[in-house]
Structures are given as C-alpha cells and as structure tokens.
Design a protein around this ligand. Structure first.
Ligand code: IPE
Ligand code: IPE
Ligand code: MG
Ligand code: MG
Ligand code: MG
Length: 299
C-alpha cells in the first residue's frame, strides 16, 4: 500500500524549503509587499500543484529536483489566484488557509499588488537563475514551460474561468457549462502542473499525453470536491468559510448536480483519471493515490 501521507509530507517539506530560498531574490521589494507575499505563501496550503508536478516527473522517471523551480512557480501562481479570488470584488471571503485573508490584514490595494507580484515572480523564477541572470537562450524546455503556465494561468485558462465563475453567479447552468468553467478556473493549472512535470521529467509524447488526460479528469474532480467541501466541510479544517458559494449564488457541483450526484461524479472522474496511469506501472502509484486523496480529503 502506497504511503501517501509520508510521500506528501516529504515532498511538501522540499517544496517549502525551495519556496523559502526564493525570498532572497526579492530584496529590493518594499518590505510590506514582501510581507504580504510571504504571509499568503507561508500560510500553509496543501501544495497540491507542486506535488502533482513532482509526481508526474517521477512517473516518467525524472527527479523532484528537476521540477523544483516549476513546482515553486505553480504555487506562487496558485497563491496569487487565491488572494485575488478572496477580494471583496470577487468572492469577498475573510479566511484563507486558516488565517484572515490578505486584504483583511494588509488592505485591498496591497493584497492586489501582492497577487500581482506573486504572479510575475513565478515567471521570474521560471526564466531566471538565482541572482537574476536569464536562463540560456537554448533552454527550450523552460521556454515551453513558461508558455504552458502562461496559457494555463491567463485568459486561455484560469482567469477566463474566474470570469465565467463570476458571470454565472445566480444563473441556472448545465453540467456541460459548469464543466467548462471548472476546467478553466481550476483544471487548467492542475493539468499544466502535470504536463510540466512530465516534460521536465523527460517523458515521451505518449507519457505526456497520458498525464494530460489524467490531469483533465483530476482537475475537474478537484473543483467538484472543493464545491462539496464548501457545503459540508468543517471551516476549521478547510481553513476557509463554508457556505460561501451558496451565499454568492455560485454555480457549483452541488448546485448544478445536487450534493450526492456531485460526490458520485467526483469519484467517477477519479476512476477515469486513474485509467490513464496504466502505462506507468508502479511508478504511477503516487499519482493514483493523490487522485483518491483529491476527492476524499477533508481540507
Ligand atoms: C483552493 O485550492 C482553490 C481552488 C482552486 C479550488 P486548494 O484547495 O489547493 O488550496 P490550498 O493551496 O490548499 O490552500
Ligand atoms: C477558486 O475557486 C478557483 C481559483 C482559481 C482561485 P473557489 O472560489 O471555489 O476557491 P475557494 O473555495 O475560494 O478556495
Ligand atoms: Mg471563486
Ligand atoms: Mg473563492
Ligand atoms: Mg470553493
């Protein structure tokens, strides 16, 4: 039986240590901005996107070291998205990762700028070495990763999904429309995490395609599970408010499908995700375990 808790613990420590090493790149930044950036990054997320990136690299025979910068960049992008998602103009939430949200502590303007700075820092990490020197111009693999993450985070991915999320508030939409919204707002970055891991780990085209397919299903399952936790999770454990979606009239798994069908759907998606891992044999164990965790988690 795969020891997922041990695996997550070990890899999270490595990611946290790598994130910690990033801060000295930002010396010239005004302290309050750096404080706000660190406040949210260090508040204690699950580090799921870095973990998926690492597990994808390992599934194709690569090492966690090969993806550590990218794993950090993914977490910076994700953390920026949470800061902005919680703003009064968006979901207007007061708690995140068990702490008051960024705008509650630092004010809205600084929270917006901290998000901006985390997003751009991600691309600095991907394109520069420590000390600010650019990567080699023949480092085509990092260019590919930069393009992949930019597309996943921006108007072709997460930001478009966030836009749809806002525009569907209070509307009765179909599962097909909800799928599109969730694949964009959450699935895109998760799928990119897996693809980046596969590419940087040295995966071949078949392996990369399999991990993309796994990522599409797992990304959607992850957001449906998040929606379920917003209905029946424990605010202390999830570290953010429950009932927020219903209050805002959000289109979610439970609102579109009903709570029980949403849970069944998440399980079904995990089954589909896992079916793409066969080609990895026991190297796919961490990813298989992570996909079950994604829908069974309590936080
Ligand atoms: C929450 O993501 C936001 C969504 C995309 C649903 P996570 O549940 O991964 O949040 P952290 O990183 O653990 O705080
Ligand atoms: C957020 O979805 C997705 C992002 C891109 C940040 P939610 O609004 O459901 O995330 P939570 O529940 O606030 O973490
Ligand atoms: Mg939201
Ligand atoms: Mg939200
Ligand atoms: Mg949510």
């Amino acid at each position: 039986m795969f020891d997922l808790a041990g695996y997550m613990d070990q890899k999270c420590r490595k990611v946290d240590a790598a994130l910690e090493r990033l801060w000295d790149r930002f010396d010239p930044y005004p302290t309050v901005l750096l404080d706000a950036m660190q406040y949210s990054v260090k508040a204690g997320g699950k580090r799921l996107r870095p973990l998926l990136c690492i597990a994808a690299a390992e599934a194709v025979g690569g090492s966690d070291e090969a993806v550590m910068d990218t794993a950090c960049a993914l977490e910076l992008i994700h953390t920026y998205s949470l800061i902005h998602d919680d703003l009064p103009a968006m979901d207007d939430d007061d708690f995140r990762r068990g702490k008051p949200t960024s705008h509650k502590v630092f004010g809205e303007a600084t929270a917006i700028l901290a998000g901006d700075a985390l997003l751009t820092a991600a691309f600095e990490v991907l394109s520069c070495h420590r000390g600010g020197q650019c990567r080699d111009s023949n480092d085509s693999i990092h260019l590919e990763i930069i393009c992949l993450l930019a597309r996943a985070a921006g108007a072709s991915g997460m930001v478009q999904g966030q836009m749809l999320d806002l525009s569907f508030e209070g509307k009765d939409i179909s599962w097909e429309n909800l799928k599109t919204l969730q694949q964009l707002k959450t699935g895109a970055l998760i799928q990119a995490s897996l693809q980046a891991g596969a590419v940087l780990g040295g995966g071949n085209a078949e392996q990369v395609a399999a991990l993309r397919a796994y990522g599409a299903h797992v990304g959607l399952a992850f957001q449906v599970a998040d929606d379920v936790l917003d209905v029946e999770g424990d605010a202390q454990i999830i570290g953010k408010p429950v009932g927020s979606d219903q209050m805002l009239g959000k289109a979610t798994g439970p609102s579109v499908l009903g709570l029980e069908t949403a849970k069944t759907k998440a399980q079904e998606l995990v089954g589909l995700a896992v079916s793409h891992l066969d080609i990895f044999g026991n190297k796919g164990e961490a990813l298989a375990s992570l996909s079950h965790y994604i829908v069974e988690r309590d936080r």
